[in-house]
Ligand binder design. Structure first.
Ligand code: NBP
Length: 482
């Protein structure tokens, strides 16, 4: 007689912790892993004394599952997901559900959803955020896929998910790849938040603060509008000491950043949809630049910058940095939600933006008090076209604006790179511009390629061409927009 409410394949850090979390909430879970010995290691280790059922083959695993069978994969993203889908399908029946909880690319999820549905099964691609700690004690879960599958996993997912103000940080996102798209955007925003904090750190360093002093500043920031998980861990990281050398831990860590691709995917999707996701783009490129360590070391001997030192009031400047960080963060989230709106239109998803903000409010890496404000903004009857236009955020940016500009100016004077702070400010100035220099750009395009232009004194949609040199013809190129 099958006993398991759900089965999970993939006993690495995320899988083990999510299974233990499900067990804590009274669900019986069957587990399997490619390297089968890890099943027994888990049962005699972390899962000792629980009701978790270990399986040593796919057949045994599937036989342990109640109907409809719920098979969750938490394996390395990419080919391993396809490999396990192929392995389990022959053992499943119509109406059974395959769930991919890894960081899969949403395009793969769209493809897999269609494929699995064509085999008479249901499919869910879900983001699971919060790392090890989240998986164990309450992650943010962002499921999308076959709508009929939701009713069969809702109770389990919402029970194990983090709670924010009593509500589960898990709700149905939308069809096919919607869940993974929202998780990808979450990760892109995470890249942006982390880069902004790193720029704040870099400026504090440039004005002579020690890591311990910086930690105190972050501790204070965490009591106000910047209150968030990433500010909190930065406070702790800056206070930590290396047991080997006694130095601040942060000073002994090599300055080359890694990445697993979700930030890059966010940037690619933004480019494909023509959405100006400048801050996340800069955050991804900042990691790429950091990875060119050897080249940078060589260049540092040859390329000179300003020799200035900071002369102002340090305490005041730290407060300016805090405000610049807050304003830039608002820009980043405004851009992130612009991307979600564009994706919803492109893929026909009916995204609930307030619900998404709530899902990110707890359990995940970008969790913050701030997301409560975004949830409120999208919970109103009239949905804002852009977060920057919501009175709360408009006023927050207005208040922070002078400090934000001072920080960017000071960074430029000191030669400290602040691509996220400065691109956020450039976006703000661009977005609020009634007229941009794209008129000249259109003239250039028309000059060299007969790409045509629209006129300020004629209705939109009428296109004109000028024979700029007197030697061109009147044939124009076809018009298109990206
Ligand atoms: P990993 O991403 O390291 O994946 C380990 C699992 O994948 C193991 O079960 C391993 O089996 C299996 N696997 C590998 Br590796 N190659 C395989 C293959 N070719 N065929 C079949 N199985 C294969 O584990 P994780 O860090 O727990 O992450 C799981 C998923 O959750 C990933 O998609 C990850 O991106 C995502 N995620 C991770 C975090 C995090 O903080 N770590 C956070 C959020 C989401 P084996 O034991 O036999 O090697």
């Amino acid at each position: 007689m099958p006993q398991a409410d759900i089965g999970l394949i993939g006993l690495a850090v995320m899988g083990q912790n999510l299974v233990l979390n499900m067990n804590d909430h009274g669900f019986t879970v069957a587990v399997f892993n490619r390297t089968v010995s890890k099943v027994d290691d888990f049962l005699t280790g972390g899962a000792k004394g629980t009701n978790i059922i270990g399986a040593h083959s796919i057949e045994e695993f599937v036989a342990a599952l109640k109907h409809p069978r719920r098979v969750m994969l938490l394996v390395k993203a990419g080919q391993p997901v396809d490999a396990f889908i192929e392995k389990v399908i022959p053992h499943l029946e119509a109406g059974d559900i395959i769930i991919d909880g890894g960081n899969s690319n949403y395009n793969d999820t769209i493809r897999r959803c269609e494929y699995v549905e064509s085999r008479g099964l249901l499919y869910i691609g879900t983001g699971v955020s919060g790392g090890e700690e989240g998986a164990r004690h309450g992650p943010s879960i962002m499921p999308g896929g076959s709508p009929d599958a939701w009713q069969h996993v809702k109770d389990i997912f919402q029970a194990v998910a983090a709670k924010a103000d009593g509500a589960p940080c898990c709700d149905w996102v939308g069809e096919n790849g919607a869940g993974h798209y929202v998780k990808m955007t979450h990760n892109g925003i995470e890249y942006g938040d982390m880069q902004l904090i790193c720029e704040a750190y870099s400026l504090m360093k440039a004005v002579g603060m020690t890591p311990a002093e910086m930690s105190e500043a972050f501790a204070e920031w965490n009591t106000g509008e910047l209150d968030s998980y990433l500010i909190e861990i930065t406070r702790d990281i800056l206070a930590a000491r290396d047991p080997e050398t006694g130095q601040a831990m942060v000073d002994v860590i090599l300055d080359t950043a890694g990445q697993k691709g979700t930030g890059k995917w966010t940037g690619i999707s933004a480019l494909e949809m023509g959405m100006p996701l400048t801050l996340i783009g800069e955050a991804v490129f900042a990691r790429c630049l950091s990875a060119l360590k050897d080249e940078r070391v060589a260049a540092s001997e040859k390329l000179r910058g300003p020799k200035r030192t900071f002369k102002g009031d340090r305490a005041k400047f730290v407060e300016d940095i805090r405000q610049a960080l807050y304003a830039s963060k608002i820009i980043s989230y405004a851009q992130g939600f612009m991307l979600l709106r564009a994706a919803a239109a492109e893929y026909g998803w009916n995204l609930n933006y307030g619900g998404i903000a709530l899902m990110w409010r707890g359990g995940c890496i970008i969790r913050s008090q701030f997301l409560g404000r975004i949830k409120d903004a999208y919970s109103k009857k009239t949905q804002p076209t852009n977060l920057l236009l919501v009175p709360y955020f408009r006023s927050a940016v207005r208040k922070a604006q002078s400090a934000w500009r001072r920080v960017v100016v000071q960074a430029v004077r000191l030669g400290v790179p602040v691509p996220a702070f400065s691109s956020a400010l450039a976006f703000y100035d661009g977005y609020r511009s009634e007229r941009l220099p794209a008129n000249l750009l259109q003239a250039q395009r028309d000059y060299f390629g007969a790409h045509t232009y629209e006129r300020t004194d004629k209705p939109r949609g009428e296109f004109f061409h000028t024979d700029w040199t007197g030697t061109g013809g009147d044939t124009t190129a076809s018009t298109y927009t990206a």
